[in-house]
Structure formats: C-alpha cells, structure tokens
Ligand binder design. Structure first.
Ligand SMILES: [Zn+2]
Length: 414
C-alpha cells in the first residue's frame, strides 16, 4: 500500500519499454551486434547433422544489455499469459542457455510460477522432462542457443508433446540459421536473430568440396580449435570479403602500388576474438617458453591495430610504436640524437606489423630494435607477401629468429 509522500522506489517503476528505447533495440541493431560486435570463429565445423562455417560466441552476444532486453521481450511474448511455465534448456552453449533461462525466471518469478531445467548430453528427454509436467505447468518452452537442422531439440519437443495433455509447447532459439526449418516436430520455431548463414548437409557441403580442414564439434570449446593449416587462403579471403576490407589500386604510404591492399583495422575489429586464438596457438608453437617483454611496431594505424591485438592475445604489457621519421633517422651510429631507447636493457622484443609487402618497413623496425640493443624473440605479422628466401633474409637480420605470418600469400604480384 502506498502512502502519500512516501518515497517511490524508482528502479521498479522504470518502464521496460523506455529502457529498450534508451538502448535503441530493433531487429537491425540486434543483427549488427551479432555480426560486428560478437566474437566469431571461422572454420569447417562438423556437427552431428550439419556442417557450418562460422560460430558466433552467443554467450558473449547476450551479455550485451540491448541484446538481452530484445531477447527477453521476444521470450516474454512467446510465453504470454501463462500463469505457470516450465523452461527446458537444451544445447551446446550452456553459458548462453543458463544465462537466458535464469534471467527469464528472474524476470517472471513475481507473477508466474516457473522452473528452469537444463539438460546436458548425458540426459535423454525422459530423464529431464517430468512425465506429469502438464499437471503443474500451463506452458512448456524449450530454450536453445542456435538451431541448424533442429535435430538437437526435436526429441525434447516430441517428448513434451507426447506428455502435453493439451498444454502449450513452444520452442525459442537465441539464433537460427537462414535455412533452419520453420517448425520442429510441428512446433513453430521462434528465434531472436537469424544469422544470415546457411548450414550444409554433410553430403552437400561446399567446404568439403574445396577441402577446408575440418573440426569435429562435440562441445562448445571445440569451436575455438585452430588447425595447423589456418589461416587457409579461403579463410583469409573470406575474412577480407566479409569485412569489406579489400582496397584495390590504392597508393599506400610508401607510394608502392598494389593491386589489392587489405584493411587490417576492419579485420581485427571483426575477427579479433578468433585471430587471438590463432596468435596464441601459433606463438606457443613457434616461440615456446619465451614471453615478450615488449612489442615493437610502426606508429601507423594498421600496425598499431594488429600490435595491440597481439599484445592482448599474449598478455604483453608494453607496445612501443615507433614513428616512421624515427625509423628513417636510425643509422649505423645509433638512434637519432634526440631519441632514447624506449626499451628496458636487453628487453625481449617481438617485432610486429600488420603486413609485409616488400619488407622495407619490417627491415627498418629490425634495424631500430637492433640499434636499441634488444634481444630479438622474432617477428609476427598478419600477412606476408614475401617468398621463403626473402622471409629468411629478414629472419637472418634478427639473428635467425623466426618471422611468423598468420597468412602467407601464395600468389605474386597482387
Ligand atoms: Zn563439410
């Protein structure tokens, strides 16, 4: 009972619709958050009944306030007017499902009697679904992470329908593929967002046709697997195509004309999560048991973008960007007179740039580091256009330390 003059509890009276308006949540925003702001993993993932190219980190996705508000709104309209609700969580990404289930219960529990049961691989539908659920609940909803073919949730829906006794059965997925079925076991599939990607039947998979190395997925962590062949040429060019990171015929800083130039800033913005996996794995293979004290790069936007990604991936505390002017002024007699070494004495340094075209910038970076008297760990770049001999020359300048590229161009003259 409210007494005149009593302070109102602001939080509970703040209307949800206003909150959503504040977060500007519409279908387009939600799709863009998936494509541009969610960690995604690329590969050739073999699931039980389908092959897929991309995996989105949906746990990361629904942690965004605007995404969650939108999902909650969709979920609430799916279970509208039910006075009692049974939620069955099914799927690989238990982080996503738990979060959605627990928060849905929290949003409803003052008005609706609801329970959330989550299943794992070892449970079959009749282990988890109470036979007499229809006596206690008006509605049952299967909550899942992503629907490809629908075969993961199908047995759970079938069991709920078998025991429904006239009660309502629903299915809601955080995301679905473009060619996911519109109904599963006769129940319309409701989804928060469509990924604009197809799943492929194992017998009709274009990734199999072009022999992309494959990863068998039985748990969510398998999507993070990086195979030795990655980045494959298909990975690299698809990443560039998708991020619209291809520039043709630009004259770049060194006035060298290239047919194709790639935009590292866009690539790291969109694929940073996945590239971090590759960086960590390749680094531990090539440079075992040594961690850089510092990363040295050229003080230009693309170099700094890739260097900060490498620094984050490897937890390197110091990134030293060197201006092109200082690189050019560093001679055999030492660093320019007005420049002090930015490194600690005998610091172990990883030389990083976004890409190597002819190797001129990389040679200047090596020269700067050698003049500053560092210990070379080696080099790392996103892409390298040099052949093995020219790459070997740069490694020679670093005392034979390895120079590693996430992608090496196989065609000359592009
Ligand atoms: Zn395949």
């Amino acid at each position: 009972m409210s007494v005149a003059g009593e302070p109102q509890l602001i939080v509970s009276t703040f209307p949800r619709s206003a909150f959503r308006q504040l977060l500007r949540t519409d279908q387009r925003t939600i799709s863009q958050a998936l494509i541009y702001r969610t960690n995604s993993y690329i590969g050739h993932f073999l699931l039980r009944d389908s092959h897929v190219r991309t995996h989105y980190d949906l746990t990361h996705y629904i942690q965004r306030d605007n995404v969650w508000e939108y999902m909650l709104d969709r979920l609430l309209s799916a279970v509208a007017e039910s006075k009692s609700l049974l939620i069955i969580g099914v799927g690989l990404e238990s982080g996503t499902i738990s979060r959605a289930g627990v928060q849905l219960v929290a949003a409803l529990e003052s008005t609706v009697a609801c329970d959330f049961l989550e299943t794992y691989d070892i449970f079959s539908p009749d282990d988890i679904i109470p036979k007499d659920w229809a006596q206690s609940y008006e509605t049952a909803i299967v909550l899942t992470d992503i629907v490809n073919t629908g075969t993961t949730v199908e047995p759970f829906l079938a069991e709920l329908q078998r025991t429904a006794n006239g009660r309502r059965v629903k299915v809601f997925s955080i995301a679905k593929m473009l060619n996911a079925p519109p109904t599963i076991s006769g129940t319309p599939l409701l989804a928060g967002v469509e990924t604009k990607r197809l799943y492929y039947k194992p017998t009709e998979c274009p990734l199999c046709d072009i022999r992309q190395p494959a990863v068998h997925v039985s748990k969510a962590a398998d999507f993070r697997t990086v195979v030795p062949q990655q980045l494959t040429p298909f990975d690299f060019w698809e990443m560039i195509w998708e991020t619209k990171a291809l520039r043709r015929g630009d004259v770049y800083a060194q006035a060298q004309r290239l047919l194709y130039r790639t935009d590292t800033v866009e690539i790291t913005r969109r694929y940073g999560g996945w590239l971090s996996n590759i960086i960590r794995q390749r680094y531990s293979e090539r440079f075992p048991k040594s961690r850089p004290d510092a990363i040295c790069t050229v003080a230009e936007t693309p170099g700094k973008a890739f260097a900060s990604l490498v620094a984050r991936a490897l937890a390197v505390p110091v990134v030293v960007p060197v201006s092109r002017r200082d690189l050019a002024r560093t001679g055999p007699s030492g660093l320019p007179g007005d420049t002090q070494s930015p490194f600690d004495q005998r610091a172990k340094v990883l030389v990083v740039d976004d890409g190597i075209n002819k190797g001129d910038t990389f040679r200047l970076l090596i020269n700067f580091c050698r003049t500053a008297d560092v210990e070379f760990l080696g080099g790392m770049v996103l892409d390298n256009r040099l052949d093995a001999a020219a790459t070997g020359d740069l490694e020679g300048l670093m005392g034979g330390r390895p120079l590693f590229a996430l992608y090496t161009w196989s065609s000359k003259g592009l």
